[in-house]
Write a protein that binds this ligand. Sequence first.
Ligand code: GAP
Length: 514
Amino acid sequence: MKAPDEHFKQVISHAKEYGFIFQSSEIYDGLSAVYDYGQLGVQLKNNIRQYWWQAMTRLNENIVGIDAAILMHPTTWKASGHVDAFNDPLIDNKDSKKRYRADVLIEDHCAKLEAKIDKEVKKAEKRFGDAFDKEQFLATNARVLELTQRSKEILSRMAQSLEKEDLADVKALIEELGIVCPVSGSKNWTEVKQFNLMFGTKLGASAESATDLYLRPETAQGIFVNFLNVQKSGRMKIPFGIAQTGKAFRNEIVARQFIFRMREFEQMEMQFFIAPGTQKQWYEHWKEARLKWHLSLGMGEDNYRFHDHEKLAHYADAAADIEFAFPFGFKELEGIHSRTDFDLSRHEEFSGKKLQYFDPEMKESYVPYVVETSIGLDRMFLAILSKSLVEEELDGSSRTVMRIPAVLAPLKAAVLPLVKKDRLPDLAKEIIDTLKFEFEVAYDEKDAVGRRYRRQDAIGTPFCITVDHQSLEDRTVTIRHRDSMEQDRIAIDALAGLLREETAMSNWLKRIEL
Ligand code: GAP
C-alpha cells in the first residue's frame, strides 16, 4: 500500500491523465484553487449530484427543489451576517511577503505535535510487538500526555481569542510558539487582520451608477429568501424542505489539497423548515439520514465519522460534521446544522417582510426553525476518487482500478469487438445502439482486449462487454466485471437487464431506505 501523501499525489495525476479534473486555465499557468472537470469528471459529478437530488426530492415527499440565482440583492449578505462576520484571520510575513491564515499556522503547529505523538506510538508498537495496547499507551505515557495537553491548550486559547476577536492575542500565540514563515524562515510577522471571504462584483453599466454585489458564498440564502414563495405556491405544510445545488464562491486564502478547498465550488444544500421546539428531533433525524445516504454507496463504514461541534456559530444551537477519511486524514465532508430561526428572522428584519408560517394545528403564526444539511459536491467527488483508486497486485502483474460505486461511474459499460473485422465491430455498434438510450456506454476497438480492459478499469467502468465470433452465431457476449474480473457468457438481450440491476439509480436509492 502507498503512503497517504503518495496516494494523494497519484489521485491528482490520475484525475488529470484520464480526463477527470484539470487545473483551470492551465495554458496560462493555471488559476490557483480553481479547477475544471473533464469529459469523465463531468459525468461522475453529474451522477453524484443526481444521486443527492433524487434522494432528497424523490424519497421525501415533503422536499422540493429550486434553482436560485448566484447574484442576490446585496442586503441578503448583511442580513445573513456574511458582510460582518464571514472572515478569516490573516497574518503576513514581512520578509517573504507571504500571507497566511493565522489559525491555520497555529493548527499546523499542533499537527506537528500530533505527528510527534504518532512517532511515539510507532516506536512503542515496535518495542512491545503483539503485546502493545495503543489505547492504554495513549492514556498513560507521560510524553504523549504532555504533547496532547499542550496541543489542547493551544487550540483552546486560539478558539477563545478568535471568539473574543482578540487578534492581538492570536499574534502573541504565534510568537510564543515560535512559528516561522515556511518560506522565509523568519518570525517577522505583521498584526493579525480579519479578511472577508466574499468575492465582490458590480452590477450596472457605468462606474458611477454601479451597485456592489457579491458572488454567493453559500447557496443556502437563495433558499431562505424564497421560503415564502415556495411555501405559498407549493402549499407546503411544515415540516418541509427546500433543496438546491449550485455554485458558491469563497476567496479562500489557504486554498490547498486539490479540490478539497476551492475558490469556486458547488454545494448541495437542503433547508428543512420545522416548528420551534422540534429542532433536536429533526437534527438527529437528518444526521442519521445523511449518514445512511453516504453508507448506501458502499465505500466502508469505517471511512465516516461524526464530529460534533463544541464551538457553535452564532446562528446554531447544534452542529455536526460528517467527516471522511481523505488521504490527508479525517476531514469535513458535510455539515448538519440546527440554525434556529436566525436566518428567517434576520431576513424579516432587513426586508421588512413577514416570513412566517400559519400553523393550522397550533393555530398560530411563527418564524420556522431550520435544520440544514450542506455538502460540497467537489469534496464528495474527491472522497469517491481518493477511496476508489487502488493499485492491485495480481499474479505476476498489477492493475490500476477505480472501484467507483457503479451507480456513479462515468461509463456503465464499454463494448469491445475482439477483433476489428469479421462484422464484430458492426455487432458491437448494434449493441451500443440498443443500450445508449438508458446507459452511458463507450466503444473501444484499439489494442489487445486485455489492454482495453485495463483502460476501462482505470476509469472505473463497471462492465466490459466483449463481442467475439461466437456472438455472431448465438447472440451471446462475454461480460467482465471490473472488481472481481470474473467473466460470464450472457445473451445480448439480457445485457440491459443486467446493467439496470447493477447500475440504475432507482436500485441504489432503495438501499438508502432499508
Ligand atoms: N450553508 C452552510 C455552509 O455553507 P459550510 O460548512 O461553510 O456551511 C458546507 O460549507 C460544505 O461546503 C462543507 O462541508 C464542504 O463540503 C463544502 N465547502 C465549503 N467550503 C468549500 C471550499 N472552499 N471548497 C470546496 N468545498 C467547500
